[in-house]
Design a protein. Structure first.
Length: 131
């Protein structure tokens, strides 16, 4: 459950970097705000497609040098801490591809989806954020 809170911090990072947000604003750590921002169709749930789109946005925002890979020094910007790097770097090449990043983050999605319905409701997001 420790990784799941990192997922929601990642989601919160997007709030501060999304087109609707101010470039100068500090990231919010409000799970309700993170949920609302990721819920693109406003139906009260984050589905796998919405989650995927959010995580792609986080990946490319964190890829500061625009190489298409995240290196250890870029990971903190994506709210992925150093201890996550070796797990996310599944091929061991010293960098994280978009595929590896998404694969790693979808594990967080699945862990947060406690009723296994493929959707994250506000209660699941809040519980995971607090866990």
């Amino acid at each position: 459950m420790r990784w799941i809170s990192l997922f929601f911090l990642t989601l919160a990072l997007v709030l501060s970097t999304s087109p609707a947000g101010s470039e100068d604003s500090a990231p919010t750590h409000d799970p309700k705000a993170a949920h609302a921002q990721a819920d693109l169709n406003g139906d009260g749930y984050i589905d796998r497609r919405e989650f995927h789109l959010r995580m792609v946005e986080v990946f490319y925002h964190a890829d500061v040098d625009k190489t298409g890979f995240l290196k250890p020094e870029e990971l903190n910007k994506a709210t992925v801490f150093e201890e996550d790097f070796s797990e996310a770097d599944s091929d061991g090449d010293g960098k994280i591809s978009l595929y590896e990043f998404l694969e790693y983050r979808f594990d967080d999605f699945d862990e947060a989806d406690t009723d296994s319905n493929g959707l994250l409701c506000i209660e699941e997001v809040t519980a995971a954020f607090e866990g």
